[in-house]
Design a protein around this ligand. Sequence first.
Ligand SMILES: [Fe+2]
Length: 385
Amino acid sequence: MLDRIVQGTVPRKHHIAFRDAEGRLLYEEAFTRAGFDGPYTLVYHRHRPHATHAAAVRHGWTLPQAAPPRALLKRHYRTQDLRTPAGPSASARVPLLFNADVTIGLATPTVEDPVYLSNGDGDDLFFVFEGGGLLRSPLGDLRFAQDDYVYVPKGLLHRFVPDPGPQRWLSLELSGGVHLPTQWRNEAGQLRMDAPYSHRDFRRVEWKGPVDEGIRELLVKRAGAFHAFRFDASPLDVVGWDGAVYPFAFPILNFQPRAGLVHLPPTWHGTFAARGALVCSFVPRVVDFHPEAIPCPYPHASVDVDEILFYARGEFTSRRGVGPGSISHHPAGVMHGPHPGAYEGSIGTRATNELAVMLDCYLPLAATPAALAVEDPGYQESFVG
Ligand SMILES: [Fe+2]
């Protein structure tokens, strides 16, 4: 959640009678988190938003299942080799790694969603490393493009309309919800002046008026299963809303990286926080400026977190054999670091053009059979020499 905003028409006070120009009573929906204790948005509908029929489930993606237990090794999965399903975002998603807090996968929609979708299992955070399109919701539309993070709140009805051309989105389903790291906020809730982004760096959903697309079907993911409902009227019947829970996009290149005299740990690149996970953005930047600095990361074992690195673009100076679309998984406690020669070779370098998304995950991640099918079997040995 970013900040509280108001779009469209809302009554002068919450929870009071609100009527349209013809005198018809409108219906207030309280879209809340943490019961009624967390961030919320009040949404004003023309129709009763809870009037739904049970319906048959016609969409959904393959839900994550763990492959049999394996040795504790450094892993490299090549999503560029993944056989991705065609179809709308409501079915074209492949989970690769998961724990109770986060499911990491790839979304590759080829057509627009013919139904609305609501993910009741967590917030969705996509990183669009190829493609772009439109997210439509009762709160409005959100355009997004390559290199954008796209945030979709848990339980928000929405659908995707991808642009023509290939779509490859890193998908992160975060069951505990996504927020901006608290250290980037001041006591008024503003992003601090020394935060790595400002409020203006985010693109918020834009409400333009009630919409009837003729779509009445809603697919709900909840408790690891898909369910369906049907409306009698368009659920995009909103005349206005007021709140802090809404979709937004954040272009990763708006992230303001830091460089230090010597190497800074990844927490300085923290972009989004969630229960059991921290999402970091590695963007092109100058590197450490001590004359004897070693810009490549020091070998480490991260005994408390499984580390995921998704390589989007650029030269990955510390690793070889990885390319755009690669995901490395370094389990907690397994020592890792630069590939042979990279540590020494980094001395004296002044900049890096790498673009990557990193995840620290506190619970161990399990791989799915789909991940195993695109695993690079030589990765563990590639660190030896
Ligand atoms: Fe690491």
